[in-house]
Design a protein around this ligand. Structure first.
Ligand SMILES: [Zn+2]
Length: 607
């Protein structure tokens, strides 16, 4: 045993002398073995082609004492967890160290420990040299007390407990999913506080972002905002790889609709240098990414003696970095696949949010929205109420209950989710709604009728049963619906089997929807951020209104705004504030809900 220890100490001393000389990717090539769970494509010795940007960022951060914390805002398959585990192996092999690794839940901490970190430690060559048996016995599920290292893993529920131990490096994984009590500081901030007080400690947090007010996005914005610049294979100009650099608008058929098979095959990256404009293909990725370089981008402009200068705008010691799946060399993440997913996500708030977070590694915006009349008026098209200038794939009726009356809006839909408001009005009893549904609608080809309807259950004065009964008579053409606040809603839309009468046997499916998600889709995506050129170019869904809408209608579509509020504890929150009446806005919003339920019938290929 003492011989083993002497041997181990010898190795430690030897490597401790120049721990920073070898790049992490080189060290990994010499020491790390990836099993088939870790690398499905190519199990075996670590090869540097896999997410090359990750070890380079870790080197840049670990080797420069100016950086104390690193926050990586990333897409879901970025290889950062893998490279942090490799870094842990290296620290165990090279230096006396204590490490804390916190991930969102305890089961995930256990999984990460037993299925990923332990197998990697056991097969790590730098550690194999000594005595695997002696290490093996010391690998408890969440704590390893090794001769020269103490590793503690924990779920975020226990982050408070592990933060009382000293640590040279603290890792925080999946930060945006950590358990967090309302009005309490995020536990990652507590862990960082300890590191900032210690002399040489480092903290590495990484996560897929969720929303702009999540910890990942906030900490990313406060840091250096390093991004990975890669040289064009033709002119060597260094640039970012993102959606803006992708070319796919040529992949449309005669109707201007995207041909997804062509997008899949023909998407390429165009060099941003005007003189070059080179066509960069998938095959260029490995060499181009290998030649890449991390650079900070968070600067602010100041004036010194009348001269404009850029100076760092980040908090001292705070490195942050962003990486997306556009930098992936994985066969399931080609540029064509990622762009196809982007196009297929259009028109679905839920899918688009997932694409932003998981693929692009960017948070969803919670912009303060103040809808003004000018925003609504610019959506008018060259057609009159009661008609539609194109042949829609389906026409729907949306009804908002207001106790003694109902307001309704009819909409015609294009396969990509573009919606034309056809007409709107007021009825004083629900029976009249049937007459509205039977009105003929003029199209360029022939007259059409409403095919589907959705009716809000109301809430205040117990109209639910009446609405369900009304929809039941017309089922499956009409569905009752109920909006819920964002926090308690897990899915954007789900159906419940609900009774037609109190205590009765008969039931009908009721559509429950995430009210915040569909308000964002309507008021922010379709109205506030409307860009006629962009939606035409990319064939994105948009909202059209008849030219002869009146002032009441316009006011009711402006009738809801998203405002930032700060509560008595200083916590910021975004809240939708109605500026009643907003009934026509509610109707168009419900159209989005109904479209999410029926769209698959009209765009079977996803478009
Ligand atoms: Zn170029």
């Amino acid at each position: 045993m003492s011989k083993v220890r002497d041997f181990l100490v010898g190795i430690l001393k030897r490597s401790y002398r120049q721990p920073e000389k070898i790049a992490l990717e080189k060290w990994a090539e010499a020491n790390i073995w990836l099993d088939n769970k870790e690398s499905i494509d190519s199990p075996g010795p670590y090869k540097k082609t896999q997410s090359i940007y990750a070890p380079r960022l870790l080197d840049l951060f670990m080797n420069d004492p100016q950086w104390r914390t690193l926050l990586v805002m990333k897409s879901s398959q970025s290889g950062f967890t893998l490279h942090c585990l490799i870094l842990i192996c290296r620290k165990i092999a090279e230096i006396f160290t204590s490490i804390i690794y916190v991930i969102d839940s305890k089961p995930k901490a256990e999984d990460l420990s037993t299925k990923r970190l332990q197998p990697m430690i056991k097969s790590c060559k730098a550690l194999l040299l000594n005595a695997v048996a002696s290490i093996d016995a010391k690998l408890q599920t969440l704590t390893y007390e090794l001769p020269n290292a103490i590793i503690r893993l924990a779920g975020s529920g226990s982050a408070g407990q592990v933060s009382s131990y000293p640590a040279d490096i603290v890792f925080g994984d999946e930060l945006d999913k950590w358990l967090k009590a309302a009005r309490e500081a995020h536990k990652w901030l507590l862990l960082i506080q300890r590191i900032k007080k210690s002399e040489n400690g480092k903290a590495i947090g990484f996560s897929t972002p969720t929303t702009e007010d999540g910890i990942t996005s906030l900490e990313f914005n406060a840091g250096s905002q390093h991004r990975y610049f890669v040289p064009c294979p033709f002119c060597q100009w260094k640039q970012l790889v993102d959606l803006d650099h992708m070319v796919f608008s040529h992949c449309k058929d005669d109707n201007g609709t995207y041909d997804l098979n062509r997008v899949l095959r023909e998407t390429y990256m165009k060099c941003e240098a005007e003189a070059c404009g080179g066509r960069i293909e998938e095959d260029h990725k490995p060499d181009m990414f290998d030649a890449g370089e991390w650079k900070p981008t968070n600067f602010k402009e100041v004036e010194v003696d009348g001269q404009k200068q850029l100076i760092p705008a980040w908090e001292p010691g705070a490195m942050s970095a962003h990486i997306s799946d556009f930098y992936s060399v994985h066969s399931k993440s080609t540029w064509g696949i990622i762009v196809c997913e982007f196009l297929q996500a259009q028109g679905s708030a839920d899918k688009l949010h997932n694409w932003n977070n998981g693929r692009a590694g960017i948070p969803n915006k919670k912009t303060v929205a103040n809808i003004q009349m000018k925003h609504v008026l610019r959506l008018r098209g060259n057609y009159k109420r009661g008609s539609i200038p194109v042949m829609p794939c389906v026409a729907t009726l949306q009804v908002d209950n207001q106790g003694d009356h109902q307001k309704w809006v009819s909409i015609g839909w294009m396969p990509n989710g573009t919606r034309y408001v056809i007409d709107y009005g007021i009825t004083i009893n629900r029976a009249e709604i049937k007459d509205v549904a039977r009105r003929a609608i003029k199209t360029p080809e022939r007259e059409i009728m409403i095919q589907k309807g959705i009716m809000d259950e109301g809430g205040k004065d117990g109209t639910s049963y009446e609405v369900r009964r009304f929809c039941h008579d017309l089922y499956p053409h009409f569905v009752p619906a109920k909006g819920r606040g964002g926090i308690q809603v897990k899915n954007t839309i789900f159906f419940s089997d609900s009774k037609l009468a109190k205590g009765g046997d008969e039931s009908i499916p009721v559509c429950h929807f995430d009210d915040d998600a569909f308000k964002r889709e309507l008021y922010i995506d379709l109205i506030k951020k409307h860009d006629a050129e962009k939606s035409k170019e990319l064939n994105l869904p948009r909202l059209w209104l008849p030219m002869d809408i009146d002032e009441d209608f316009v006011r009711e579509v402006c009738g809801e705004e998203l405002v930032k509020e700060i509560d008595s504890n200083g916590v910021e929150a975004y809240v939708w504030k109605p500026k009643p009446p907003n009934d026509y806005g509610d109707c168009i919003k419900m159209g989005g809900v109904l479209w999410n339920v029926i769209a698959h019938k009209f765009n079977p290929s996803g478009f």
